[in-house]
Write a protein that binds this ligand. Structure first.
Ligand SMILES: Cc1cc2nc3c(=O)[nH]c(=O)nc-3n(C[C@H](O)[C@H](O)[C@H](O)COP(=O)(O)OP(=O)(O)OC[C@H]3O[C@@H](n4cnc5c(N)ncnc54)[C@H](O)[C@@H]3O)c2cc1C
Length: 636
């Protein structure tokens, strides 16, 4: 293999070559002697450093290839949403009914021979029909006969035996359906043993094969580490950076904005409060949810964030752990979603803007999940009874959505039959989805069962669209876009010194530390089939409580028990009903901006978030209230 050039992109080591080779550089070590001979001396040093991390994957004759590391993904997308549940990011053939282009990579085998091939995959809609997400593997342009994506649930499927020559081998994932076939990893082995299925065993096996060290390859230090690049995370990074802090912004997607991004396409609601200047760099116009206009706002957001040289942006990096000692977070570990490279992020202060409260969860922060009973915080609204707030606490949080749309084109277009979607869509027909396409069930957890929830929505969408296509005059109706990312509304809420509830809204409580102000009505969602069992289970409705302006105190934006943890976004400290109003993205953006300024005060006096309230409230509030006036000219 000839290395053409090395680049450091976003601190991520990558290489480009003049031949078709895999970016999966862990595989390089298999043939390191030959690789190294072709490198220039200064590159040699770098390569030796890398190899010394022992990132080799597999024993002499075994090779594990993570699908997300394929060099050319073709039409397959990297899906890192469910790593905590199924173990890894994976590649998915999200072709919305049309087969996608092959994903291609090249790996180097050090020994020729007959290998058994195992592929970790999943039939995401098992039943008495053909599996929707089928695919095959090509090895050096030869299609292996075995069709994959047939087994119920994540597991290793046997793809057959294949004779492999020593040297470079081309691998391809061949989509057969266009309906979300998924491939996590390929394992070539000369032994007869099947890789482990059990999640914990598999994790250990992966670590053993890759000889992954306990500590990430790199350690980086910052004044503030913000995890999650939704509107809250971006605004926290900006206000902290404007105050002079050196900030890391870690985000597991290629674009910023979270639900507001072009990948999910929700427009931002709410008011600007004290932070109009900052939020206007990040928010969206009021286009319909699902509109491609979201792309232009992605560009605006990215351009604005990149103006700050002290915001270090880690796109496509997913945090996977946070360690706390004496109730204080020491570091957050993150992994690149394609290359598996790892970084340990150290800082005196952290902000959890992941929506799901991951950093708090890993660090041992107190958190809440589900609907509290009506009397826990006195949140009854007689008019709506159980739909608003239940007598007995339950898990019916507001649900997750997958947005989608279709359009008319100039010619007749076919849409395949989707029998596997019927159990969800039944007879429902639709050409577009909106916010009401939402799924929550008492027995499903919005984090642990998120893949099942996303797949339920995919069945709802494909099945309803198929039904719509059967109607007259819809010959030229084509699916235009279906997101594969779940847009979430509610899951874990981290507990702060103040838990924000309906009582704070109803009583218009003005706190001494009111940093967020909102006047949007409180809206709380419920599934339509709770009122009418004939309704599909994937549609929701909302109850609106009209209100005067309400205020959120700073004390709801830092953790009660993890001393150096802030939170902003939908995982702030509130009850289920308390989240009803302020979960929208200008309001969550206000939370982020407020937290960034608090981090500045912490740094200035070398104190913890709680002490900002206890000792420096006046100075902090002045900073918040004058935010629009003290914009700083970034140096880029
Ligand atoms: C269909 C739908 C319609 C809605 N309608 C509106 C509306 O009209 N207007 C409005 O303002 N709000 C609306 N909402 C609500 C709003 O979008 C959410 O409440 C809001 O996005 C929450 O903001 P957040 O920053 O907390 O989370 P997010 O927007 O979800 O951002 C968090 C980001 O963190 C990333 N992340 C998560 N874990 C990690 C990790 N471990 N490492 C790195 N990155 C991570 C995620 O990829 C995500 O992009 C709607 C929601 C949905 C689903």
């Amino acid at each position: 293999m000839k290395i053409k050039e090395f680049t450091i992109v976003n601190d991520c080591f990558q290489y480009k070559s003049n031949e078709e080779i895999g970016v999966f550089w862990r595989v390089l070590i298999i043939n390191k002697q030959t690789e190294i001979q072709t490198m220039k001396p200064y590159l040699l040093a770098l390569a030796i450093t890398l190899f010394s991390f022992d990132l080799c994957i597999g024993q002499e004759n075994d090779l594990l290839i993570e699908a997300e590391s394929f060099r050319d993904k073709g039409g397959w997308v990297v899906d890192p949403q469910f790593v905590e549940q199924m173990g890894s990011p994976y590649l998915m053939a999200h072709g919305i009914g049309t087969k996608v282009k092959n994903a291609v990579t090249t790996v180097v085998f050090s020994q020729k021979g007959e290998y058994q091939l195992w592929v970790r995959s999943k039939n995401w809609a098992p039943g008495s029909w053909e599996a929707p997400g089928k695919f095959q593997i090509k090895v050096n342009n030869k299609l292996l006969e075995q069709v994959l994506g047939l087994e119920n649930g994540w597991g290793w499927e046997y793809a057959g035996k294949t004779n492999i020559k020593k040297g470079k081998i081309k691998l391809e994932l061949v989509d057969l359906t266009g309906f979300n076939g998924r491939c996590d990893a390929l394992y070539f082995t000369m032994s007869d043993s099947k890789p482990p299925e059990d999640a914990e065993e598999l994790k250990k096996w992966r670590k053993r094969l890759s000889k992954e060290s306990k500590i990430p390859e790199k350690i980086k230090k910052f004044d503030l580490v913000v995890v999650g690049g939704g509107i809250a995370g971006c605004s926290a990074a900006i206000s902290a950076a404007e105050s002079g802090l050196n900030v890391a912004l870690i985000h597991d997607r290629p674009v910023l904005g979270g639900n507001a991004s072009g990948e999910i396409r929700v427009h931002t609601l709410g008011i600007y409060g004290h932070f109009e200047r900052i939020l206007k760099m990040l928010d969206t116009e009021h286009y319909p949810n699902g509109s491609p206009e979201a792309y232009k706002e992605d560009k605006k957001r990215m351009d604005n964030i990149k103006r700050y040289s002290n915001i270090h942006l880690y796109l496509n990096w997913r945090a996977y752990d946070a360690l706390s000692n004496d109730n204080s977070i020491e570091f957050v570990d993150a992994r690149h979603t394609d290359t598996s490279e790892r970084i340990r992020f150290k800082a005196p202060l952290f902000v959890d803007c992941t929506g799901d409260g991951w950093i708090g969860y890993w660090a041992g922060a107190e958190y809440m999940y589900g609907r509290e009973s009506a009397d826990t915080y006195g949140e009854t609204w007689e008019k709506h009874g159980e739909l608003w707030s239940p007598e007995i606490a339950d898990n019916f949080v507001m649900g997750s959505s997958v947005l989608w749309r279709s359009h008319k084109v100039d010619s007749v277009v076919e849409f395949p039959k989707t029998p596997w979607a019927n159990e969800v869509a039944v007879n429902y027909a639709a050409a577009n989805g909106g916010w009401q396409w939402e799924f929550s069930r008492n027995d499903l957890h919005q984090v642990h069962d998120a893949e099942q929830i996303r797949d339920h929505m995919l069945k709802a969408i494909y099945g309803s669209f198929y039904n719509e296509k059967q109607r007259e005059k819809n010959d030229s109706l084509a699916l235009e876009w279906v997101s594969y990312l779940v847009g979430k509304r509610e899951s874990r809420r981290l507990v702060g010194d103040h838990i924000y509830t309906f009582a704070d809204v109803r009583n218009y409580v003005k706190f001494p530390d009111s940093v967020v102000v909102e006047k949007r009505e409180i809206d709380v969602h419920y599934q339509q089939n709770l009122l009418d069992p004939e309704k599909p289970d994937f549609l929701s409705d909302a109850l609106f409580y009209k209100t005067n302006p309400y205020y959120i105190p700073y004390r709801s934006l830092y953790s009660k028990n993890i001393k150096n943890l802030f939170m902003a976004g939908r995982c702030f400290s509130c009850s289920h009903i308390g989240l009803g109003g302020p979960r929208v993205m200008r309001t969550t953006g206000q939370m982020g901006a407020a937290v960034g300024y608090a981090a500045f005060i912490c740094k200035k006096y070398n104190i913890l978030p709680r002490e900002v309230y206890q000792k420096y409230l006046k100075e902090y509030m002045q900073l918040v209230l004058s935010s629009n006036g003290h914009g700083y000219e970034s140096d880029k």
